[in-house]
Ligand binder design. Structure first.
Ligand code: UN1
Length: 501
């Protein structure tokens, strides 16, 4: 373990405040705990108010210069950051496994997601396109251009401690912004390691401090951040409860927020689905990351005619899932993040059973933070089925018609990810139509999780409406300016107005 910290250049006690370079550690230390065995992985000191100030001021100062660097030149530096993450992929991925409990492949996959977004951003640096319009006035030109927004506040959750930072910070940097990052206190070491890898590259080019890091308590750092008018955009990932607070506070100061909140993702399995594919997809989406992705599959909406075929296959697969040390070969499911998550798992199961649910697989806590992947036969009207529980619990909901299935799928407050398994063109297109899934992500013959970075990521309703990562999500990190230029020798007014003396 010490070896991994060493390989990532981390000391046993890190400061939680980095204005590019590390600020002095305070004596308010919090331990980072390995959720698999309760061992302390390292300690991080909580950033103070003064340190928060230092980090924001530094980021603002660097941003004023950075924004004038041509975007393709920013891209060249981001290319080096991509390479730096490539070089550290193995050890950083292992730290993700140790601190967040992801199995090895998923820890490595998370860092790959960061590398992918950085590669994507290098190309993006030459594509921050604006539109040109035809002016209604002669000898006039009209176009839109995009300017950097400033310094962006990024708040991330424990479950993607590296990649979600990258989605935001790397795209923001390409756009000419600086970033101040507040990661989860449950995944602090990955944050420090991530910051160091990026800042070491920035330092080499004289841009240290473009990315700032403030690990601290909500009342010292988090609240200050969301109220801070110097941060025109707050991008926050986490629970709907947290998002409601962040959204309201940021809106109060007329700032912008980009919210990526709870999901309650469903898969519809039609009668004609390829069940071999479906079973594998269900397993990865529901059990992968121990059900702690915002895209994790939580509701399985199965045509009633195939329930007798599908359920035994799922029960068999669930019984074979190896739960244990995330870094051991063959493990498919690591621990939940902490005792609180285990309590929520147990509570949700108890509530589901009290409300008439039947446990089909799992249902119990194992030792420590390990739990059994759980399948519950349920009804769509059960209250618990409408909630997001960050745990490997999958509710099975039988249905009769596709319309009914889509109504069940959409009948929850959240709207992140959705999927249908079918070989029918008509069913797939119905699911993707305006009458179909109401989610930000809708897949056919693919599970709900594991989205590629190239698409815009995010969801509707209580998921918060934000879009991050690929496609044109970069626009959230810039301000749009509409420019009209008159190159003629008269001054015609729009809408045909004459206004002469
Ligand atoms: C998250 O859980 O917050 O689509 C992000 C996925 C990953 C990202 C999940 N690419 O599952």
């Amino acid at each position: 373990m010490i070896d991994i910290l060493d390989r990532l250049g981390l000391s046993p006690i890190s400061s939680g405040a980095w204005a590019g370079s590390e600020l002095p550690a305070t004596d308010d230390l919090i331990s980072s705990i390995n959720p698999s065995n309760g061992q302390v992985l390292g300690q991080v000191s909580m950033a103070t108010e003064e340190q928060y100030e230092q980090v924001v001021r530094k980021a603002e100062e660097v941003q004023r210069e950075w924004r004038m660097l041509p975007a393709p030149k920013r891209g060249e530096i981001i290319r080096e950051i991509a390479d730096a993450f490539r070089a550290k992929k193995e050890e950083l991925g292992m730290l993700v496994s140790l601190e967040a409990g992801k199995i090895r492949a998923e820890g490595q996959g998370e860092v790959q997601e960061t590398i992918d977004i950085a590669d994507f951003s290098v190309g993006l640096s030459r594509q921050l396109y604006g539109l040109t319009m035809h002016s209604e006035r002669p000898s006039h030109r009209m176009y839109e251009q995009w300017h950097p927004l400033g310094t962006i506040g990024v708040i991330t959750a424990f479950n993607f401690p590296n990649a979600v930072w990258a989605w935001n910070a790397i795209i923001a940097a390409i756009c000419g912004d600086a970033v101040v990052w507040k990661p989860s206190l449950k995944a602090m070491l990955v944050a420090v390691a991530t910051h160091k890898i990026a800042d070491d590259v920035l330092k080499k080019h004289g841009w240290s401090g473009l990315f700032g890091l403030v690990i601290g308590r909500d009342n010292t750092v988090g609240d200050r951040m969301i109220r801070d008018p110097r941060l025109p955009l707050i991008s926050a990932t986490g629970s709907t409860r947290m998002g409601r607070h962040v959204g309201a506070v940021v809106a109060q100061r007329l700032g912008r927020s980009l919210l990526e909140l709870g999901g309650n993702n469903a898969m519809i399995v039609e009668k004609d689905a390829n069940l071999d594919l479906a079973v594998r997809a269900i397993l990865f989406a529901a059990v992968g990351t121990a059900g702690q992705r915002c895209t994790s599959l939580r509701r399985l909406i199965v045509h009633k005619d195939i329930v007798p075929q599908l359920l035994p296959r799922l029960q068999k697969a669930y019984a074979q899932v190896r739960v244990g040390d995330p870094l051991a070969a063959g493990t498919l499911m690591g621990p939940l993040i902490d005792a609180g998550a285990v309590a929520s798992f147990e509570q949700a199961i108890a509530t589901a059973v009290a409300d008439g649910g039947t446990i089909l697989a799992g249902g119990h806590r194992k030792e420590g933070n390990f739990v059994e992947p759980t399948l519950i036969l349920a009804r769509p009207d059960m209250h618990i089925v409408k909630e997001e529980t960050f745990a490997p619990i999958l509710y099975v909901l039988p249905y009769g018609t596709l319309d009914e299935a889509i109504a069940i799928q959409n009948g929850v407050p959240q709207g992140l990810s959705s999927a249908i398994f079918t070989d029918s063109f008509r069913a797939a297109e119905t699911f993707l139509s305006h009458n179909g899934s109401d989610c930000g992500i809708a897949n056919v013959n693919i599970g709900t999780s594991g989205a590629e970075i190239g698409g815009a990521f995010g969801g509707e309703k209580e998921t918060g409406g934000g879009r991050e990562s690929g496609s044109d999500s970069w626009k959230a990190y810039m301000r749009r300016q509409t420019c009209t230029l008159n190159w003629g020798s008269s001054l015609p007014l729009a809408q045909g107005i004459t206004f002469d003396i």
